[in-house]
Design a protein around this ligand. Structure first.
Ligand SMILES: C[S@@+](CC[C@H](N)C(=O)[O-])C[C@H]1O[C@@H](n2cnc3c(N)ncnc32)[C@H](O)[C@@H]1O
Length: 307
């Protein structure tokens, strides 16, 4: 991913990202891809689909459709008016499609190439090396929303829930919860500076910055949780961590009022369940496991056992 940085910076800061990237120079060794004879969006999609397929690029058609649609100012190829799909493109548009497609040939994820991606209806900026949110994670957000809406407010609480997200990445989970729960507030923690600053930028883009606090923190470091104490007990914790933070759950347990929602690897629910049973002192119980849209057990709901 490192090698994409300079290329992307050049692409994204070049003049008129949607209308052409004349400021961007091809790197040496870039394959020369002739465009002669191709002029419409449909022809370009077919051309690049064929090139991607030949070079073993995954999701060849989707990739070329997203790139061409993006250059024409649309989110999806299907949403382009039929006339726009067949009329000739400008030389700048052709050039831009060629440049973005060259990035895809180097296996850059399409979300980084476009520089933005939708998550639960929110358009989020994407930039390497920050994790690209997966579609399954939308289901985790749905589950949290269901639970929050169903549960009575905590006694004495004046605002909506105070949510802690561990490992916020681009802010996808935190910001979609904030946008759906107008009284909620979120503390978004990540150890990556790039993630913290992207979450900050996305919060501003979506005008949600007043209800989110970004905390750069490595939660595996000794005593790191003390940085979160000024906010008081949180109502729930949500996380799509790279692994389940056993040690961190121990430290966090007394500070959670109610719930933890985790996205995990399908092999982990059983392990987490056994581990929680072996630690009754934590007062935490795995109350439900949900499957994702592929039927894999991916989401855990852990709750305090006591009153
Ligand atoms: C799988 S990504 C999830 C990002 C985002 N929540 C999403 O679903 O798109 C995990 C995130 O956890 C962060 N992370 C990993 N280890 C961490 C740690 N020890 N402390 C804080 N954040 C951590 C990573 O930087 C990364 O942004």
């Amino acid at each position: 991913m490192e090698s994409w940085g300079p290329m992307l910076r050049a692409l994204l800061s070049g003049p008129g990202r949607r209308g052409g990237t004349r400021g961007w120079a091809f790197r040496s060794g870039q394959p020369h891809l002739p465009l002669a004879g191709l002029s419409s969006a449909t022809e370009l999609v077919n051309h690049w689909t064929g090139v991607f397929e030949k070079r073993g690029i995954p999701e060849a058609r989707e990739s070329s459709e997203y790139i061409v649609a993006h250059v024409l100012g649309a989110k999806t190829f299907q949403s382009l008016r039929p006339a726009l799909r067949t009329q000739p493109l400008s030389p700048q548009q052709l050039q831009c499609i060629q440049e973005l497609s060259s990035c895809r040939l180097q296996r850059m994820p399409v979300q980084y190439i476009l520089g933005e991606w939708d998550f639960k209806g929110l358009s989020l900026k994407m930039a390497p090396p920050v994790f690209i949110p997966r579609p399954e994670t939308e289901e985790l957000v749905e589950w949290v929303l269901e639970e929050v809406v169903q549960r009575p407010r905590v006694e004495g609480a004046q605002d909506g829930p105070l949510i802690l997200e561990v490992g916020c990445g681009s802010g996808a989970i935190a910001l979609s919860l904030l946008s759906q729960l107008p009284e909620s507030r979120v503390i978004a923690v990540d150890k990556g500076e790039a993630a913290i600053s992207l979450t900050h930028e996305n919060a501003q883009r979506l005008r949600l910055q007043d209800r989110i606090w970004m905390v750069p923190l490595d939660v595996t470091l000794e005593g790191s949780w003390t940085h979160l104490l000024p906010w008081g007990p949180v109502d729930l914790v949500v996380s799509n961590p790279p692994y389940v933070f056993h040690q961190d759950m121990e430290q966090l347990a007394p500070e959670i009022r109610r719930n933890i929602f985790l996205e995990v690897d399908p092999r982990q629910p059983e392990l987490v369940s056994r581990w929680l049973q072996s630690r009754p002192d934590l007062d935490l119980q795995l109350v439900a496991v949900r499957r994702d849209f592929c039927g894999r057990p991916r989401f855990l709901h852990i709750r305090r056992s006591g009153p």
